[in-house]
Design a protein. Structure first.
Length: 222
């Protein structure tokens, strides 16, 4: 079954699904982000799993959920992050790829696919104490943030040219520019605000729209 929570810890991350994002205060003064290296322990807590009820339905990154694949849902880690999930109750481990959001229930840090849960013998119990270790992907960012609470921002623009991004950001008090390394190349995005309350993010997006600055709310980590 799939469960549903709202939880709390802190870590650093400032990421998109295709690459690492760093804040640029000025074109000539780029902020260097602290990174979490491969092999680092990200979290420890309870894991759950989800299966037939969601099989074939779309995951948060647009894929069809395959309960026979080795995937998992996490509240904030970037899509395609690869984790080793170790069952602390029996020592068994499985490697999974993040392609969905969740779990949404109390005391859960990750939702595994049915196959992944079977690999670490937690199908019967339904939950297990686990440790999450980073295997693939990059967690980096210049500001502290909560791994278990989604963080939102308002994206106002995206440019291939850095000077155009800064020119746009200077029109909006409080806006910032972030460098995003995508598979197709580097882009420079203009963002406004950081929110843990999605409704507050939408309120500010509407205020900006009334001033002539169109944009949309997005979760920072993907």
């Amino acid at each position: 079954m799939r469960y549903f929570p709202l939880l709390i810890i802190s870590a650093a991350l400032f990421i998109t699904s295709c690459g690492t994002t760093s804040r640029l205060d000025k074109p000539e003064n780029k902020a260097k982000a602290k990174s979490v290296s491969k092999g680092s322990i990200i979290e420890e807590g309870r894991a759950s799993w989800y299966g037939p009820k969601f099989h074939g339905k779309l995951t948060a990154n647009g894929e069809k959920y395959d309960m026979h694949g080795l995937t998992a849902a996490h509240r904030t880690l970037p899509f395609n992050t690869i984790l080793k999930v170790k069952n602390l109750d029996n020592g068994k481990s499985v490697q999974v790829r993040i392609n969905d959001r969740g779990p949404y229930a109390k005391d859960r840090i990750i939702d595994l696919s049915k196959k992944a849960a079977k690999k670490i013998d937690m199908l019967g119990p339904g939950t297990a104490n686990v440790k999450l270790v980073l295997v693939g992907g990059s967690l980096a960012g210049p500001r502290p943030q909560n791994l278990k609470v989604p963080t939102y921002t308002v994206q106002l623009a995206s440019y291939k040219e850095e000077n155009k991004a800064f020119s746009h950001s200077q029109k909006i008090k409080g806006a910032r520019v972030e460098e995003v390394n995508l598979q197709k190349g580097m882009v420079y995005r203009v963002y406004y605000g950081v929110y843990t309350d999605k409704d507050e993010a939408h309120q500010n997006q509407r205020k900006l729209s009334k001033k002539g600055f169109n944009g949309y709310v997005k979760q920072i980590e993907n």
